[in-house]
Design a protein around this ligand. Structure first.
Ligand code: GLN
Length: 488
């Protein structure tokens, strides 16, 4: 194994230990990842932008923190950032033509928190345009390929962030999750993806999609890495009015979770006969294994789950239609000159937005229009309230809700081109956590035909620490099944 291969295959926790022990320097680590991106990202397509000079300069700064003994768990550790999270001086496009050339004049809170701790921002990762999609294929710029099989998608919408970690292009990355966009690609790429409780991680600087659902969260090769990045990026932020008054995620009990006596609820609605029967069988085996390790898994029914996808596809587009109104060619990004104000806005939006984004804006605008507001938007919010109530009741009786993350493994690029609605159904198990603001995590528990299968654990709102500890305990139980893809 070359030095570059060794460095890029290490976990963030191991990299940090080696940096602190002076076995590796921060510049050496960052250079190893940058070189690997140069050589293999033309195939994987995980990154939209990489600023080599900036990254090296940040690594040099990190080295002085390491030298002065003033280093935290992420000092000198590279992190890739989804391209809907604002970064000063680096173009932030949301994978949309409408933001081509937009360079934010400020950092998202998560980015400034990372910089303050000496983490190195490696670059910006590909996504579905404005995070709308489940395969990263709606990006206006490029396709991202799954490192387990480059003819398949990494999932989405944070596909670039997931592929970067799975493909050893970054030890850690940040994504965003509105209806499953961290957990689905984590599942399809065989890594860990965590969506914190709504409000625990600041959304300041995250370009809004569905503001009541959006949440930034980490990807890592394992639960510990994801937890380290979660701890580094959470906590109250006065710049986000929905930020919860609570400290950042506390990792002190991370390794103390146990499966003995853990009470898991399995909603029958999340484990039906739709989807790939091989995935269902593998999840069934995984649950048996958890039972053998001392957990109880009890079937429950939460009927509102059945309405999750339809409700989400009213609320999320409604919020998107209002959030995306700001892209008018006057204040941000690309502008298409035309006659008069309306002409300019029409031309800019007509040419700047892709097909999926336009569809969502139209659906959302329709659902919010005076004659239909009550029939669609109000009703959807009522279903959402019922769903939350039912889940909260479930969490009084059970520690966590367990389910598959996705009903299928990584699918072929283009597989859903003819049936976009079918792709939307893949979010069936992930949407409820966004609807109720709860934390949820996906981790790998096995392989079906050589492709990874993720298990999702969902906790009560604010139970992020307990959820991470539970996931850590589950991961330990499945240590024997974990392996890495045959990488380029
Ligand atoms: N796939 C879902 C959608 O297309 C979720 C996206 C997300 O979580 N950002 O809206």
């Amino acid at each position: 194994m070359s030095n570059q291969e060794t460095i890029t295959s290490l976990s963030a926790a191991d990299l940090s230990a080696k940096l602190k022990a002076k076995e590796l320097s921060a510049v050496e680590v960052t250079t190893a990842f940058l070189d690997r991106i140069d050589s293999v990202d033309p195939t994987y397509g995980a990154f939209l932008a990489v600023d080599r000079e900036k990254a090296i300069a940040e690594a040099e700064k990190a080295q002085s923190l390491l030298d002065s003994g003033d280093a935290g768990p992420l000092t000198g550790v590279p992190v890739a950032i989804k391209d809907n999270i604002s970064t000063t001086g680096i173009e932030t496009t949301c994978a949309s033509k409408i933001l081509k050339g937009y360079v934010p004049p400020f950092d998202a809170t998560v980015v400034s928190m990372l910089k303050a701790q000496g983490a190195v921002i490696l670059g910006k990762t590909n996504l579905d345009e404005f995070a709308m999609g489940s395969s990263t294929e709606t990006s206006a710029y490029k396709l991202t390929r799954n490192p387990w099989d480059t003819t398949r998608t990494p999932g989405g919408s944070s596909g670039g962030s997931a592929a970067a970690v799975a493909g050893n292009l970054a030890p850690l990355s940040l994504g965003s999750d509105t209806g499953g966009s961290i957990r689905l690609p984590a599942s399809l790429c065989g890594i860990v993806g965590f969506k914190p409780t709504y409000g625990r991680c600041s959304r300041y600087g995250l370009i809004a999609f569905g503001s009541s659902l959006d949440q930034i969260g980490p990807f890592g090769k394992n639960v510990e890495d994801a937890a380290i990045l979660a701890a580094a990026t959470t906590g109250h932020d006065a710049m986000d009015s929905t930020s919860i008054q609570s400290p950042g995620i506390d990792l002190s009990g991370l390794k103390e979770g146990s499966l003995k006596g853990m009470k898991l609820a399995l909603p029958v609605e999340m484990f039906g006969d739709s989807g790939d029967p091989k995935v269902a069988a593998l999840i069934q085996d995984a649950l048996d294994r958890l039972r053998a390790a001392g957990a109880t898994v009890t079937e429950v029914s939460i009927e509102e789950i059945k309405y999750g996808v339809t409700t989400y596809y009213i609320i999320a587009p409604a919020e998107a239609s209002s959030n995306l109104a700001r892209f008018d060619g006057i204040r941000y990004g690309a502008r298409q000159e035309s006659k008069g104000h309306i002409g300019l806005v029409e031309k800019t939006r007509g040419e700047g937005f892709g097909h999926e984004v336009k569809a969502r804006i139209m659906i959302g605008t329709y659902a919010l229009s005076a004659g239909y507001y009550d029939a669609f938007y109000t009703k959807a919010q009522q279903v959402r309230a019922h769903m939350r109530e039912k889940f909260l009741q479930t969490f009084q009786e059970f520690d966590f809700v367990v389910s598959p993350t996705s009903p299928v493994t990584a699918f072929k690029l283009g597989e859903f081109d003819a049936d976009p609605l079918a792709m939307k159904l893949l979010d069936y198990c992930t949407i409820p956590a966004n609807m109720i603001g709860a934390p949820a995590i996906s981790l790998n528990v096995g392989y079906s035909d050589g492709l990874p299968v993720g298990l999702q654990l969902m906790g009560a709102p604010m139970a992020d620490e307990a959820l991470l500890a539970a996931a850590y305990a589950v991961e330990r139980e499945f240590a024997d099944v974990q392996h890495t893809p045959q990488l380029l």
